[in-house]
Design a binder for this molecule. Sequence first.
Ligand SMILES: [Zn+2]
Length: 187
Amino acid sequence: MLTDKIPRAKSGKEEYWRSDKLVTMPLPPARTLRLEAERLEQALLADDRKLVESVCNSFSALVADSFAVPAPPVKVLGVRPLKVYEKFGDYDFETTLIRLWMRTARLKKVTAYGTFLSTLCHELCHHLDVVHLELPHTYHTRGFYERAALLYHHARNTPVRKIVWTELDDGTFEVNWAETMKHGAKK
Ligand SMILES: [Zn+2]
């Protein structure tokens, strides 16, 4: 995980660092969200695309509700095209549509539950940035990744880890996985 390049323009910079510092967010009620997360796991196991899509839309509605914003529609597609490299989903700024791919490009296997759910949370955080947090460029900052992780662990009921970042020469940050795993869970 790598943060985006720091924008040159003043307004872009301001937005970027505001997003970077914003490391928390309100979370939907745990019980209902976790039920949807469990249903998602079952639907993926059953390899049922229609059901996966319907659960994703319920999940999206719960998250949007906790911010009192319109829910982004979620479309679940089959095999990820090869040219969509290293990516399991995307978010359309105009239509607010989230697209998720259920199968990996090469082996055409169903995407692992953890990867799939974390992609859904990631794309939902883009939506919240744009429609609610006044972060229209929704940059990938440390704060963005922290918020997405918070939502993901909340949904899975797994402990949130303190993410340890390493600063690179150009001022961007990369996750230091070794240190992050060593520091273990915080509550
Ligand atoms: Zn993204």
